[in-house]
Write a protein that binds this ligand. Structure first.
Ligand code: SUG
Length: 417
């Protein structure tokens, strides 16, 4: 039976705040703060437990080996001899943000009836540009069944940041969807990370029907205000699009196309005079997981910061009290990830498929989450201060923690791939 599975990136033991992403305001603001990898990873586990409690299937993606010695070797460096800025970029736990792992087109949308995945190249930010080989290895294992086609990344220089800039609108998860690719134009104060040429390449690779595929420009004001990915200002689930009024460059044109292609679409737009772009980005209201819980209730899983923002919380209460399509709100605490600009939606990659087709090592239930939590509690560093990024003791601990998790999940084979 086809279902939407959320694959959450487990927060890696090297989680730290190095301020590596210009245009990501939270990450920039917290540069140099002390991070708490153990608490961060346990927050992620608690979020997955809450998803299971809603009756949703849940998957995982694993942290990558850090520092990334293979990347440093390609730069003719070893970790000890690397300059500080490259040390930090080799040590980042950024693969936790699984929404940037790949773009996914489920079987009902594709010309050959397979589920297609294209790993994101993440070329815009150096610390993320070396994620894709390990991500590709995991996806090839998790989705080895011939139902799936896993593609290598779009070539540079066309930046592709994966599902964070992609939305699927459909009557139900198992019905053919309108796939929406959101791209940015460069020229503003911050980099536009998703190139239209990259999105179009992914759509061709996935054999999408051009008549049901939309390429939509993100509004330059949104990027300038700190929405470095579309999923900071919009999220879709089945027939519902939930977006900020200033998310798209041409909202009227986009909404008209959407209504023509999917007449049952419900567009929930939050006006700027109720929630400003600044409040939307500070609270990550739209970086929520909009899910269909087991009883069919459209549920919005928001970060605690959304409850802490008066304008945002009051808009949500008004929507729940009215007749809108979002019927429930759940609050999760992912503040360690949030401080690097990663909310609930950043931490997960959605794949709509029959769970029986996925390698079971990448699926979790409550008991497996307990085992993972034990590994985290026993091995993840309690804190990483800014000056610890080059510390041999911390690096050794991160290496042991990483191996312990792969051993617990029977995935050590991946370490040598
Ligand atoms: O790419 N932060 C990530 C956050 C990604 C959020 N993902 C989505 N919106 N889907 C980024 O900017 C900060 C790392 C640091 O500065 O140490 C970072 O990479």
């Amino acid at each position: 039976m086809m279902q939407e599975i959320n694959f959450d990136g487990i927060v890696g033991p090297s989680h730290n705040y190095a301020g590596l992403s210009p245009g990501n305001l939270a990450a920039t603001r917290n540069a140099g703060a002390t991070a708490h990898p153990r608490a961060a990873a346990l927050q992620g586990i608690a979020k997955m437990r809450a998803n299971l409690a809603l009756g949703l299937p849940q998957g995982i993606l694993l942290p990558h080996a850090r520092p990334d010695h293979a990347w440093l070797a390609a730069l003719h460096l070893d970790y000890a001899g690397a300059p500080g800025h490259l040390k930090a970029r080799a040590f980042s736990a950024s693969p936790m943000w699984a929404a940037n792992a790949a773009t996914v087109s489920p079987a009902p949308d594709t010309g050959d009836g397979r589920c297609h995945l294209t790993v994101a190249n993440l070329v815009t930010m150096p610390h993320r540009s070396h994620e894709w080989p390990a991500t590709l290895a995991q996806l090839r294992l998790a989705f080895a069944n011939p139902h799936f086609a896993v593609h290598p990344p779009v070539p540079a220089p066309f930046g592709d940041e994966g599902a964070a800039n992609h939305m699927r609108l459909c009557a139900r998860h198992d019905a053919p969807a309108v796939e929406v690719f959101v791209y940015g134009e460069s020229g503003g104060p911050f980099p536009a990370r998703q190139h239209r040429d990259a999105s179009e390449t992914v759509a061709r690779a996935h054999r999408l029907d051009p008549g049901r595929t939309l390429f939509v420009q993100q509004s330059p004001e949104a990027i300038a205000a700190g929405a470095f990915h579309n999923d900071v200002v919009a999220v879709a689930n089945e027939r519902v699009l939930f977006a900020h009024e200033q998310a798209f460059a041409d909202r009227q044109g986009f909404f008209a196309d959407l209504r023509r292609l999917l007449p049952e679409v419900e567009i929930v737009e939050v006006p700027a005079d109720r929630v400003s772009l600044a409040d939307a980005i500070q609270s990550y209201l739209f970086n929520a997981q909009l899910v269909t819980a087991s009883g069919g209730t459209q549920t919005l899983i928001v970060p605690a910061e959304a409850r802490g923002n008066a304008a945002v919380w009051s808009w949500l209460q008004d929507h729940l009290a009215g007749n809108g399509p979002i019927r429930a709100v759940e609050v999760v605490d992912v503040r360690e990830s949030m401080a690097n600009g990663g909310g609930p939606a950043c931490l997960r990659l959605r794949v709509a498929c029959d769970p029986a087709l996925v390698d079971p090592r990448f699926l979790v239930d409550a008991a497996k989450l307990d085992r993972i939590a034990d590994v985290i509690a026993g091995h993840w560093p309690e804190a990483i201060a800014p000056d610890a990024i080059g510390d041999p003791g911390v690096i050794a601990q991160v290496g042991r923690a990483h191996r312990a998790l792969y051993e617990a999940l029977d995935l050590v084979g991946l370490l040598n791939s």
